[in-house]
Design a protein around this ligand. Structure first.
Ligand SMILES: Cc1cc2nc3c(=O)[nH]c(=O)nc-3n(C[C@H](O)[C@H](O)[C@H](O)COP(=O)(O)O)c2cc1C
Length: 256
């Protein structure tokens, strides 16, 4: 069985044949002068398909990674807590979110939103977290110490940028909320990988405060929706740690 890379190379060969055939057909058709508009329509469609295939080939060639290297790269993702400037630029954040939104998404509901907190906005987020912590403590009949208050308010200062991912679920008879939630989780994973691809470290955090009313209000999240991730991102002064090989055998079962 051929690998995707081999199939792509085969398609590239086929493409050069198809392109030649197409130009032959075009000259035949020009000579015959028949069904001109039909020919133009199908030629436009095949031009678009050819361009898509050429773009894909160019992308794969520019990556210059073998399939094995690409898999090792994905496996090398690690959480990094110590994050500093430089932070991703808006352009780099957009590139990462462009990747996040290609997550599997049943019926294309786009059940996610991304809020980027940087600069002083992190202090405002800290105040929302503090309000949430105070409400939580009050429900338990407790009050927060000054130390805890300060620590809570400063939580968002642990990285130069936080990308908060929230769900924006929609009623759909074929797409229950759990699917939309999983789609949001997949978007987060794409986001982490796209940040890593651009050289940034990241941490996926939630914490017990993330779905407190004060935090949901802060992000304008509806009652039935969730804050699913605070992605802290920036540059790590240290290389990311390795990962011990994991034994996947107890986790899987082949059936045939
Ligand atoms: C939904 C979700 C929420 C998480 N929340 C936190 C968190 O609040 N604090 C934390 O230290 N780690 C949290 N983690 C775990 C880290 O992001 C990370 O996955 C874990 O430390 C393992 O490290 P690794 O990503 O390098 O394998 C969360 C993970 C997920 C999937």
């Amino acid at each position: 069985m051929s690998t995707p890379r081999e199939r792509l190379i085969t398609e590239e060969d086929e493409l050069s044949v198809t392109t030649k055939e197409t130009s032959n057909h075009e000259s035949d058709s020009r000579e015959n002068g028949n069904h001109e508009s039909d020919r133009l329509d199908s030629s436009n469609e095949s031009d678009v398909e050819d361009k898509q295939l050429l773009d894909e080939i160019a992308l794969r060639q520019s990556i210059m990674m073998s399939d094995e290297q690409l898999i090792e790269w994905i496996k090398s993702r690690r959480t990094i807590g110590n994050l500093q400037e430089p932070a991703p630029t808006h352009e780099q954040i957009r590139a990462a979110i462009d990747c996040a939104v290609t997550a599997p998404d049943h019926k294309k509901l786009r059940p996610w939103r991304f809020i980027i907190s940087e600069g002083e906005a992190r202090q405002q987020l800290g105040q929302a977290l503090l309000e949430a912590a105070e409400a939580q403590a009050a429900r338990a009949g407790e009050t927060l110490s000054d130390k805890t208050r300060k620590k809570t308010a400063n939580l968002p200062m642990r990285a130069p940028v936080i990308i908060t991912v929230v769900t924006k679920m929609q009623e759909h008879k074929k797409v229950p909320p759990f699917e939309q939630m999983l789609s949001a989780g997949s978007a987060v994973q794409n986001l982490l990988l796209a940040l890593m691809a651009q050289g940034f470290g990241s941490v996926w955090r939630t914490g017990l405060l993330c779905n407190e009313p004060a935090v949901k209000d802060y992000f304008d999240v509806a009652a039935d929706d969730y804050v699913v991730a605070f992605i802290y991102t920036g540059t790590s002064p240290k290389p990311k740690p390795g990962r011990k090989p994991m034994d996947i055998e107890p986790l899987l079962r082949f059936e045939s």
